[in-house]
Ligand binder design. Structure first.
Ligand SMILES: Cc1cc2nc3c(=O)[nH]c(=O)nc-3n(C[C@H](O)[C@H](O)[C@H](O)COP(=O)(O)O)c2cc1C
Length: 182
């Protein structure tokens, strides 16, 4: 697949089939992540991969924390988090992505984000759908506690087979976002 085909063809997928995803494919996706550039080559990314009962424990922790949030702040305030939690419950694989950087630089999290984009592109290349989920920030304590890791949470990535192509969102053109100076 041409790179530009993957860049433009990848979509955020929010409906998955039950079909299990072979471990080797998840490893290939993570490996693509590890080839991202990183600040001072710190490779600050870390990943915990959830399937089956482990994934149910993760999403139960998320759902439980969201229920508490909604009780306190109201459903409207929970934004799309309830929906995103549903996607994580449905997807056969959820990869939690963490920042192990110890310097506290903004660039550490930028490195991890670069890894995530590589992973989404590789998933698409392998015929899999994926979704980058930042709504996990409605429950960072619960999810980090469940994972039992010492790192900072960056995102969840849902992965799975899908029949959905995904809607192409409106995209700003180059001339709307870039200024050329000579
Ligand atoms: C940092 C980041 C966080 C995101 N968080 C969520 C999320 O929590 N839930 C969700 O459904 N989509 C999430 N998305 C997906 C975006 O909604 C999606 O990328 C955007 O609408 C453009 O659609 P596309 O990915 O199909 O091009 C996130 C994307 C990024 C880059």
């Amino acid at each position: 697949m041409e790179l530009i085909e993957a860049i433009k063809g990848r979509r955020s997928i929010r409906e998955y089939k039950d079909t299990p995803v072979p471990r080797e494919l998840i490893e290939e996706i993570i490996e693509a992540g590890t080839w991202a550039p990183s600040a001072k080559n710190g490779q600050q990314w870390r990943f915990t991969v959830y399937t089956g009962a482990a994934k149910k424990g993760l999403t139960d922790a998320f759902r439980g924390a969201l229920d508490v949030f909604i009780e306190k702040h109201g459903f409207e305030e929970s934004g799309s988090a309830t929906w995103s939690c549903g996607v994580m419950e449905q997807a056969p694989v959820v990869i939690m992505v963490w920042n192990a950087g110890e310097e506290g630089w903004d660039s550490e999290v930028h490195s991890v984000a670069a890894a995530i984009q590589n992973m989404l592109l590789r998933a698409f290349d392998l015929g899999l759908g994926s979704l980058w989920i930042a709504d996990v920030f409605y429950a960072p304590e619960a999810l980090t506690k469940y994972a039992g890791v010492p790192w900072k949470m960056v995102a969840a990535v849902a992965v799975g087979y899908t029949d959905i192509e995904g809607r192409v969102p409106p995209k700003k053109g180059v001339h709307e976002v870039a200024t050329f100076l000579e």
